[in-house]
Write a protein that binds this ligand. Sequence first.
Ligand SMILES: Nc1ncnc2c1ncn2[C@@H]1O[C@H](COP(=O)(O)OP(=O)(O)OP(=O)(O)O)[C@@H](O)[C@H]1O
Length: 449
Amino acid sequence: MLCFLLQLTVEKEKQDPESPRGALEACLNRCSISSSEDPPQNKEAIENADADVRCKNLRASSNWGKFFKLWKRRSMKRLSSFPPLSCAPVISKRNKNADPDVDDLNLHDIYDFQSSLHSFSITDLEIATDYFNPENIIGRGGYAEVYQGILPEGKLIAVKRLTKGTPDEQTAEFLSELGIIAHVDHPNTAKFIGCCTEDGMYLVFRLSPLGSLGSLLHGPSKDKLTWSRRYKVALGTADGLMYLHEGCQRRIIHRDIKADNILLTEDFQPQICDFGLAKWLPKQLTHHNVSKFEGTFGYFAPEYFMHGIVDEKTDVFSFGVLLLELITGHPALDESQQSLVLWAKPLLEKKDIKKLVDPSLGDEYDQDELNRLTSTASLCIEQSSLLRPRMSQVVESLLGQESCVVTPREDNRKMMQRTYSEELLDSIEYNSTRHLRDLDRIREVALAS
Ligand SMILES: Nc1ncnc2c1ncn2[C@@H]1O[C@H](COP(=O)(O)OP(=O)(O)OP(=O)(O)O)[C@@H](O)[C@H]1O
């Protein structure tokens, strides 16, 4: 039954051109349009072709089998990354002489896009990771084990091997993450190198030598996180998240912003990773609704928790919690399930900043930067999403460039295009009793988990 439901979900997503899987599927379908169709020459024609492709997506059969077969066969061959749909190369002609298994796929046409990806064989990854030697494990998540490795040319890599869940769940996770990361390219997002679908599913990234922010901040090497580095991490992460929300062809909601999902390069440049839960939001949709809670307790925005609403503001809330972690050194939820937000809010309201600062920093911090971080954090964790800034405003606020630090509420109301969660919260007059009830519910669920 579970498998059947999962299959249904997968089929539904494949038919949704706005989902990562749908975009990849459409990309593949585009290449199987018959040679009698001339490539459209202009934007309108391309859009018509897209619509055509979407209709073809309704076919029950999938191109994924062919795609994986081809991917496996072309071990270590350079492939360009998946193009965003709106600027995807147009229809390709079939190569009649090509391998019959893949005769309606012309990868050079599909992947004619800027950066390059590799299709690794399992042998490549075994050699790189010393046969997945447990000593090379550098991280474990809900879905995967991550190994460090080295390629023959000396490049250091991190191999994310999907290990948890049923094969169908692994496929769903793999395709969701692949569908997003192959479109993402920013100094503050993890550098995706390629993947492997032989004997399991593997995503390959450039190694971030310092590991995750979470492991540094809550581990024995905390002293490396000086104030200036924390500030750099805050700014870089905000920049990366602004890119996902506002700088990509499609709005991407990460849905799991947390310290463990921020990797650090050798010079403490943050890189957002783990796009397993990320969602594309089409322009015409104000929000996405989920019925299943996924993500991490301690970082959930109230409207996500209460109503399953996902939009940019739910990421902004999680980013606010991350800022609090950087300032205080406390985890989002401690061992006794105490919420950092609940602890920090009264101090932020009283502007008792001294009590907030991580004691391990002593007096070694820049007061102006600290003020900017704390005031931005309090805006980001506003109960009502209406009062939270957008990520572009967050960046300005962190840099001390924007008036939203001084008069957040009015400015925000005027400047921001309203999201669904804003409309909803505005309409139900979010009073303090309700606020406290929601917080209690969050606490109860967190304790029960
Ligand atoms: N490129 C990388 N370089 C260094 N370490 C990495 C890299 N990618 C992942 N890691 C480590 O592996 C951990 C788990 O990775 P990731 O979050 O992608 O797995 P996941 O199973 O999707 O996790 P989650 O449970 O959050 O969904 C990270 O927190 C980090 O410590």
